[in-house]
Design a binder for this molecule. Structure first.
Ligand SMILES: *Cc1c(COP(=O)(O)O)cnc(C)c1O
Length: 349
């Protein structure tokens, strides 16, 4: 695989020939002591954010790289994983010509981004066990299939995909396999980042929006071969990750004990909910979860959703998704919040 795989065959022609814009802060960063910076038309009076941020986010990347046990050269940071996913479309998918594969029920942004970029989406539903349908996926790919989105643990079903199936897809698919690991920190499985050397077509996407508790600062990342990262860097806006985000993310990454503590508390709370939910009369099924949410099948999702809303509990109705008829998705809250959910559910009739 690694011998025959050539990323240049997947890149759009306009991206291949593009020279990236070189910003002022590309030439010199603003941390040099004793230097004066008269190159970027900034306001010189220091208020903490008067200078443009580091376009390479090097300090943050070094900390993340150490944490993830990879090289900073294998990381691209974006304004949430949504931006990172968008960059993948823009780098590799020729509008009206190329296609991408998604495995519904799954994260809605893949489809939205494909439509924004005018790229065909081939939907290959998961099996009844919420696992990738290998045969159907292989039937649907062709030489114009550029990206295959694998969300594991999957949103909204909550389960992780079979590792062997993913391996088979990494070998069989000639485009990029994008494994979205938004929920990996809650999972019993290891990240696929350990396999970046093995599979040159692997792109792992993660975010600080879930386990790291930083949805508000918007920081997502792609981890892939140096060649893939170099292509994405070429087309990213130079200052896509702002100074406040870089600082706040760094603080959190350097304080990972706190994150680990919160994750373990969330997992404990999940176990409690998983024990109580099946005892609610109108709950038909509680799906296994490897994430920080639980998908539940109920008697009438629209009715239960509206009732919960009336009691001030906002959940997600996923009934419109394939294989998800009459399902609600509950995000694990704090102990007090979960008690509110349970009390509300028990009071419904
Ligand atoms: C929540 C979520 C994300 C997060 O996106 P951000 O833009 O980083 O906040 C990405 N992928 C999946 C599957 C998600 O559920």
């Amino acid at each position: 695989m690694s011998k025959e795989f050539n990323i240049e065959n997947l890149v759009r022609e306009n991206v291949k020939s593009l020279k990236p814009y070189s910003s002022a802060r590309d030439e010199y960063d603003s941390s040099g002591a004793g230097m004066v910076f008269m190159d970027a038309n900034e306001n010189p009076f220091d208020n903490g954010v008067n200078r443009y941020p580091d376009p390479h986010q090097l300090t943050l990347k070094v900390a993340l790289a150490e944490h993830k046990k990879i090289d900073p050269k294998n990381i691209l940071l974006g304004n949430g994983s949504d931006e990172v996913l968008d960059l993948l479309f823009r780098a590799f998918c020729e509008p009206k010509t190329d296609n991408v594969i998604t495995l519904p029920p799954t994260y809605g942004m893949y489809d939205v981004l494909a439509k924004i970029n005018n790229v065909e989406v081939r939907e290959v539903p998961l099996t009844a066990q919420f696992q990738p349908n290998l045969e159907a996926i292989l039937d649907n790919i062709d030489s114009r299939s550029k990206l295959l989105f694998i969300c594991s643990p999957n949103n909204p079903t909550g389960n992780s995909f079979d590792q062997d199936s993913i391996k088979k897809l990494l070998v069989a698919f000639k485009g990029l396999v994008v494994i979205d690991e938004a929920y990996i920190d809650f999972s019993i499985n290891d990240s696929w980042t350990t396999e970046l050397q093995t599979y040159p077509n692997l792109v792992v996407v993660q975010t600080l929006s879930k386990a790291y508790g930083l949805a508000g600062i918007r920081l997502g990342m792609a981890m892939a071969s140096e060649q893939i990262i170099a292509i994405l860097k070429k087309i990213k806006p130079p200052y896509n990750v702002n100074e406040l985000t870089q600082a706040r993310a760094l603080q959190r990454v350097l304080n990972k004990e706190r994150v680990i503590m919160e994750v373990s508390e969330i997992l404990e709370q999940k176990t409690l909910l998983q024990q109580i939910l099946p005892k609610i009369a109108f709950v038909k099924h509680v799906y296994p979860s490897d994430a920080n949410f639980i998908l539940v099948k109920v008697d009438d999702a629209n009715k239960r959703y509206a009732q919960l809303l009336g009691l001030g509990v906002v959940v997600r109705n996923r009934s419109s998704q394939p294989l998800c008829e009459n399902t609600l998705r509950f995000t694990i809250g704090t102990n007090e919040e979960n008690i509110k959910l349970i009390t509300a559910l028990k009071g419904l009739n």
